[in-house]
Design a protein around this ligand. Structure first.
Ligand code: FMN
Length: 208
């Protein structure tokens, strides 16, 4: 079987982790490498990933995550944070981001202009900078889950949390970062339940 599909088949939203089984540092480094290498729109990388293994921090976090047991049973919890402020076209970070491509000044200027136009016409009328930066975080989330699964490590993505409470308990400077999504990682305590998906042809359309 294709190894990526094998990992995707292994992955499920794990509801019960074995609290005794901890993920090795080398495996966490591999998983975080996948997050780090994830693509982002315009290559902005307006994100930061916090990896929590402290039992004390997980315990304090859980009440703000709908009291979901995955938070404390999991070996590690990753908090994916968006950095919406960095995406503002006038921010010098945007300029620096395009400059690092090593293009001519003229092309760099053209890219920045294209970016500004895209944000003003396509993004801002539909969503906040936080929502847009958050969308990028979900790409890293998917890579985290698939890479973990390739190492037979289980995950549960978590959107069931109170953003303000999580940011407060983790002492996050919300002028810079905003929590986008959370993922718990560890080893399953129970067998994976049967997968539920609508039929392939209802979901996938080929235009030829
Ligand atoms: C962005 C996102 C957020 C989710 N949040 C939660 C959550 O807070 N708690 C939970 O138990 N499951 C959560 N899930 C898991 C979904 O319910 C699950 O992925 C879906 O039912 C499909 O099941 P499967 O992942 O096992 O194939 C979330 C999934 C995604 C993609």
């Amino acid at each position: 079987m294709n190894p990526v599909i094998k990992a995707i088949n292994f992955r499920h939203a794990c509801k019960q982790f074995d609290p005794e089984k901890k993920i090795e540092k080398a495996a966490m480094d591999l998983i975080m490498k996948a997050a780090h290498l994830s693509p982002s729109s315009f290559g902005l990388e307006a994100w930061r990933f916090m990896v929590i293994s402290s039992d004390d921090v997980k315990k304090r976090l859980r009440p703000f995550c709908w009291d979901q047991p995955q938070i404390t049973q999991a070996s590690h919890v990753i908090v994916l944070m968006a950095k919406p402020g960095l995406t503002v076209p006038s921010n010098k970070y945007v300029t620096q981001n395009f400059k690092r491509r090593g293009l001519s000044d003229e092309l760099t200027k053209a890219y920045i202009e294209k970016y500004k136009n895209h944000m003003e016409t396509e993004v801002y009328p539909r969503m906040t900078s936080y929502a847009w930066a958050s969308k990028q975080c979900y790409i890293a989330l998917a890579n985290i889950m698939t890479t973990a699964a390739s190492e037979e490590i289980d995950t549960c993505p978590i959107e069931g949390f109170e953003k303000d409470g999580v940011e407060k308990i983790l002492n996050i400077d919300t002028n810079l970062y905003e929590v986008s999504v959370i993922v718990a990682l560890g080893y399953r305590a129970k067998e994976q339940p049967e997968r539920r998906r609508f039929p392939f042809d209802n979901i996938v359309e080929y235009i030829v």
